[in-house]
Design a protein around this ligand. Structure first.
Ligand SMILES: *Cc1c(COP(=O)(O)O)cnc(C)c1O
Length: 379
């Protein structure tokens, strides 16, 4: 099935009781049983809910996986993956991944005796020296947030398989419209579905998609035992969002390309980080594993100061200054003081995340208005 058809029909069957074309919001905490144990597969809504089931089936289909599991947030999905591990286990993670993932690893899970190593995954070979007998899992994100670095998923997967390690890919930025990590050898795909999958900045949601039966059983057990499950209303919004993912992403990509080139040609702009530039270090790999380059990008100013960045950030009229990304509306943010504030400054600068760095989530408005807005704000 082609992408557009898949995104619209994935997981959704007419409701068996009424024929409703959209899966209803099953707002219930429990299900009546005819006799003890005599039920239709639904007992208690932390464990099963039909709206959630439709969404989980849809997620599996759009990521070319066998199983989907959804969670109350992206970090709840990440949390569930790390709970597969035990004290003494080690994880190798990308050095410039999402700040909230870094915070969860360092501030919560290190306390429980899990060890994390951070490395630049721009070259998959960089992980080899960190692998030892305790290594269990590789966590990567591509393109990365906010510097748009690219990891070769297939190359990482080859190393992971050689050492029997689980490979998890945070596919939030690319979305299944642009990239399918399971097809490239990943074991688990994670999404902050809050972003592009939901697409309308109105719901917090996370998910995991996988092929392996045993892995699914373990993660389902964690999902119901730890209880970070989404409500049915949120699952409905996700189901609705996914239906237009391909149309939105197509426009995000078109607008993104135009804005990246506009910024690159602007005399006051320093470096522009967008993986669709042919001289981007990850361009060859991105062209191989992605179907387009998306609407996420970052840039610095030639006047590399926090003041210059702040002036720009408070001057945009269409771009809203806000955390998050992936919605229909364009957002602008300052990673150093917002999304990545929990990373120590020294570590941040070392990874190229300068004080003046500005991140854009290019929305699907008319691109002329977006360019005009940036032009007047840069001044
Ligand atoms: C937002 C985000 C997360 C965290 O997801 P939440 O839905 O906010 O919990 C994880 N990874 C990436 C790349 C993100 O952008």
């Amino acid at each position: 099935m082609k992408l557009a058809t898949k995104f619209i029909h994935a997981g959704v069957e007419p409701d068996p009781s009424t024929g409703a074309i959209m899966t209803p919001i099953y707002q219930t905490s429990t299900y009546v049983q005819a006799a003890p144990g005599q039920h239709k597969g639904y007992e208690y809504a932390r464990s099963q809910n039909p709206t959630r089931k439709a969404l989980e089936d849809a997620l599996a289909v759009i990521e070319n996986g066998k199983y989907g599991l959804s969670f109350s947030s992206g970090v709840a999905a990440t949390d569930a993956v790390i709970k597969l591990l035990a004290p003494g286990d080690e994880v190798i993670a990308a050095s410039d991944m999402y700040g909230g993932t870094y915070r969860l690893f360092t501030k919560v899970f290190e306390k429980f005796g899990i060890k994390f190593h951070y490395v630049d995954m721009g070259n998959a070979e960089n992980i080899r020296p960190l692998i030892n007998e305790n290594t269990k899992l590789i966590w990567t994100e591509t393109p990365t947030n906010p510097l748009m670095n690219i990891t070769d998923i297939a190359a990482l997967s080859a190393i992971a398989k050689e050492h029997k390690l689980l490979l998890v890919v945070d596919n939030t930025f690319a979305t299944p419209y642009l990239q399918n990590p399971l097809d490239l050898g990943a074991d688990i795909v994670m999404h902050s579905a809050t972003k592009y999958l939901g697409g309308h900045s109105d719901v917090i949601h996370g998910c995991l998609i996988m092929n392996d039966d045993n892995l699914k059983d373990q993660l389902y057990f964690i999902q119901k035992s730890c209880g970070a499950v989404p409500g049915p209303q949120d699952c409905f919004l996700m189901l609705r969002g996914i239906k237009t993912l391909h149309v939105r992403m197509q426009r995000h990509c078109e607008n993104g390309e135009k804005i990246a080139h506009f910024l690159r040609n602007h005399p006051k702009v320093g470096k522009v980080y967008w993986c669709g530039f042919e001289d981007h270090p990850g361009y060859a790999v991105a062209s191989k594993q992605m179907r387009g380059f998306g609407g996420m990008m970052s840039f610095t100013l030639k006047d590399d100061s926090t003041e210059a960045a702040n002036k720009l950030l408070s001057s945009t009229k269409v771009f809203a200054l806000a955390e998050s990304l992936g919605g229909v509306e364009s957002l602008i943010n300052h990673p150093a003081s917002m999304t990545h504030a929990s990373i120590p400054r020294e570590e941040r600068i070392k990874n190229g995340l300068l004080d003046s760095l500005i991140r854009l989530s290019v929305g699907i408005e008319d691109v002329d208005d977006l360019i005009e807005d940036l032009n007047q704000a840069i001044g």
